[in-house]
Design a protein. Sequence first.
Length: 272
Amino acid sequence: MSVPSGSWAGGRFGERARCVLAPNADVMTLDGTNTWVLREPGARRSVVVDPGPAIDAHLDAIVEAADGEVGVVLLTHHHHDHAEAARAFAERMGCGVRALDPALTLGGEGLRDGDVVELDGLEVRVVATPGHTADSLSFWVPADGAVLTGDTVLGRGTTVVAHPDGQLGAYLDSLDRLHALASEHELAAIWPGHGPVIPDALGVLDHYRAHRRDRLGQVEAALASLASSTPEGLAADDLPRRVVEIVYADVDPVLWGAAELSVRAQLAYLGR
């Protein structure tokens, strides 16, 4: 988690991608939501990933970046900063919306792990990466050696496991899966849902996995400390915030609400 820095503005990446940054920066979205426009060189139609919030100027910018027809909208997950405008944008462009959650689809065709979305020579492979949310997906673009991770991996800081929909065990498995994908297929880059592009996929995934192990150890230590200092025990509703106060003491309190979601996921993972 991190506060927005204003240093990221999107742009062109690889042979096939353009990132259009939504003007919705805050403590949770960093510089704003990254909308990704993917198109095979020389092709007529684009794939749009995560149209983002319903901000007219942003949707106009996506249309300009697509510079032609949009064949399909894909969603990494259901959170409004990624998916709010999906249906209206797709209706405007005359295409469908594909997502894991059937409630988000338009046109009847969803997404599942292992699907391959093909459009005018562009190939996007679907990788299930639950954990941040239950419906989180990543999109692998083999021709550019990159993977779009939504909120599973951010361009700066670390993500929130959004308990109770998000689960830490699933999230750890997803990090392992992305690490294996990056290692086996020599992926160069991560194109995240927030923050700048990451040129070292394996390096940041190593960091994410180590960070989660460290945080889990800190939560276990905090639980031991609280058990010794409050032998009468804490109410279940009070425990997550007390753990946050210990483990995230060096983090801006404005972020403690988000931290508490992750702590609740960690406590559930530990059976607490």
